[in-house]
Every structure is written in C-alpha cells, then in structure tokens.
Design a protein around this ligand. Structure first.
Ligand SMILES: [Zn+2]
Ligand SMILES: [Zn+2]
Ligand SMILES: [Zn+2]
Ligand SMILES: [Zn+2]
Length: 349
C-alpha cells in the first residue's frame, strides 16, 4: 500500500488503516478495526486514491455518488470505466477497454432456438473441450419457477437452462411439475400449460444437470476438491438448487444475489458475464503471501487469532494490514488456482 502511516512522534498521533483510511486515536482501536474488517487485496479499490471498499456499490458511491471525492471523480470521469470501475492511463486505452467491457445485450432464448416443448442437451465440442489449462470451467444455470399450492406460492421448477462460458446453451428443457400448477406466473415466466404437458420429469432433469456439472468426475472427488467437475454460477443458486431438489458441493458454487430478468438464457448470460468479469480481476498478491495456494485449508479471517493483543499493538499499520485476511473466497482465485495447479500439483494435496 502506498500511503504512509501518520508520524508516530507527533502529539496528535492517529493510527490510520491502510486499507480504508479510517483513523484512530488509540492503537488498540485500530487493532480491533483490523480484526473485524477482513481487509485484503481482494476488496474493490479506488484506482485514484487506492482506498478500499466493502463492495462495488460503495466504491461506485465513492466515485460517482452524491458526495464523490473531488479528485477521484474528476479522474474517473475522464479515465474510468463505468462498468468495472477501473481507471485507465488515458482516453484511448479507456475506449479500447470499453469495447471489451461493455458487452452486447443478449438475445432472449426464444430468438435463439427451441420455441417448442422439446428439451435438448448439447454435448458437442464446447462441453467436451479440455479446459484444464484454464482451471475449473464454469456453467451458469437459471430455473424459471411456476406456482403450486392453494395460493400458488410454492415454487415449482418449470424450465431450466444451462450455458457454458462462451454463452452456448448446453442444456435447456421445460420441466414436468410434480404437483398441480395453480399459477403459471405467465407475465414473468412466459410459461403456459402447453409447455409443461409432455415436459421432462424432474428426476431426469436433475440427472442431466448433474451429468453436465460432474463432467465425468466422481462424486467423491467433487466433494474433495472438485476434480474436473464444473463450477456452478447463478443469480439465485440456492433457490434453483432447491427447486431442482439437487445438491452440489458448496465450494463449487458461485452466486450473486441479483434478481433475474426472467428469461432463462438472458439470466444465465448476465450471471456468466458477471462471473467472468470478477474472475478476471487482477488482485496483486501483496499482503497475501502464499496463503492463497490451497483454498481447502485456507481459513478466512483468522489472521489475528494466533496473536496476543500486546503483540498486535506493537505492530505497524502496515504489518497489521499484512495479517488481515478476507472473509470470503474471491473469484479471482478460480483462475489463479488454475495457474497454481499447472505449475505445481501441490494445491490439491
Ligand atoms: Zn480499515
Ligand atoms: Zn481477488
Ligand atoms: Zn478514490
Ligand atoms: Zn471496464
């Protein structure tokens, strides 16, 4: 981190957090702040002032919100990308970047194929291609749900879509409801009785989805370290897995909490793009050391636990920052792990 701690001799000594720039009069307050903040290089960071934020939303506020920092706003408005919030050297490199960062709106699923009730699974090249050189491959899923029960509030899986990282549809089908549908939620789902009449039974759907995700890997290995199994990405994964009555190992799930747009292909595409953008983030190793090598043994937020308060109080803000660990597993590690796995096979041990 570039910023310096406040001079330690001065009478008005303040202890400054190197990540979020908060200042404290007492060292133990800074220690306590560091203990609960989980600062790390994986936090979103302002490309101008280098301040770190809890979320992209708060970074966006900092750059463009109601009370933006003047200098940051000025530079961001000239050299910053509105999509990923990165700052570029000049207007040229910014516009070059924007062409890649600003992706076209995906077409809806009806416009691509299958207006019929036919299900399909596509095990062509895209799915069998060898992705090991890039690490774990991701699959995005989206389920549309219709309503069951007397008031139509029970979610029943009625349509499933899976896409690969290149936005190809790997699997799509309508799903036979397990109990009578009392509300098709047509305005949201576009699904009618006719769509579901001869649709695929849930059990079969689940098996197909699992087949795609497992990618030939054993269940044991999936649970252990994933093997050649696929990461599952979704806007609303918990509910999607619930309505499929399906389990998939937690460490292979990547999800965000945006509400979908109710076109299964569009939803898959938007979450896959988000995932790839986050996965390609370039977070320097600074302050993390080699702790990221093995995500199975990496414990989050435990950096301070083995130190006594007295020892922590004697550390500089810089040393405290170096001890700090994130309390989540950043998606950038998905691609790094791949690099690690390639260069040495140690991480899987
Ligand atoms: Zn802080
Ligand atoms: Zn990261
Ligand atoms: Zn800033
Ligand atoms: Zn961008």
């Amino acid at each position: 981190m570039g910023s310096e701690a406040v001079p330690s001799e001065s009478r008005t000594t303040r202890y400054k957090c190197l990540a979020c720039f908060r200042q404290y009069k007492k060292k133990e307050h800074l220690v306590e702040h560091m203990r609960v903040s989980y600062h790390s290089v994986h936090q979103p960071k302002c490309g101008v002032c280098q301040k770190q934020f809890k979320s992209f939303q708060s970074l966006r506020e900092h750059l463009t919100g109601n009370l933006p920092k003047k200098n940051c706003l000025k530079i961001f408005s000239e050299q910053g990308c509105n999509y990923c919030l990165k700052i570029f050297k000049n207007a040229d490199s910014l516009s070059e970047h924007k062409e890649m960062c600003q992706l076209p709106v995906p077409v809806t699923i009806e416009k691509i194929r299958m207006p019929s009730t036919e299900s399909q699974i596509d095990f062509s090249d895209s799915i069998n291609r060898d992705h090991t050189s890039r690490g774990l491959e991701a699959i995005a899923i989206d389920c549309e749900k219709v309503g069951g029960g007397s008031d139509g509030s029970l979610d029943l899986c009625a349509r499933v879509c899976l896409i690969d990282e290149d936005e190809n549809i790997i699997f799509h089908t309508y799903v036979q409801p397990q109990i009578p549908v009392t509300n098709y939620r047509y305005e949201l789902t576009g699904i009618t009785e006719a769509h579901l009449r001869d649709a695929m039974p849930l059990k079969e759907v689940r098996e197909k989805v699992m087949e795609v995700l497992r990618n030939g890997e054993s269940i044991g290995r999936l649970r252990l370290d994933g093997g050649k199994g696929r990461l599952l990405v979704g806007h609303d994964l918990r509910h999607d897995l619930d309505c499929l009555r399906m389990h998939y190992p937690d460490h292979l799930l990547r999800y965000d909490i945006q509400s979908g747009m109710h076109d299964p292909y569009e939803d898959c595409v938007s979450v896959m793009r988000l995932y790839k953008r986050m996965q390609s983030q370039d977070h320097s190793d600074e302050g993390i050391g080699t702790a990221i090598v093995n995500h199975h043994t990496q414990s989050f937020g435990s950096g301070f636990d083995s130190w006594k308060l007295r020892e922590l109080k004697n550390m500089t803000p810089d040393e405290l920052y170096k001890l700090s660990r994130p309390n989540y597993r950043c998606w950038c590690l998905d691609s790094r792990q791949a690099l690690q796995a390639e260069s040495n096979d140690l991480w899987a041990q």
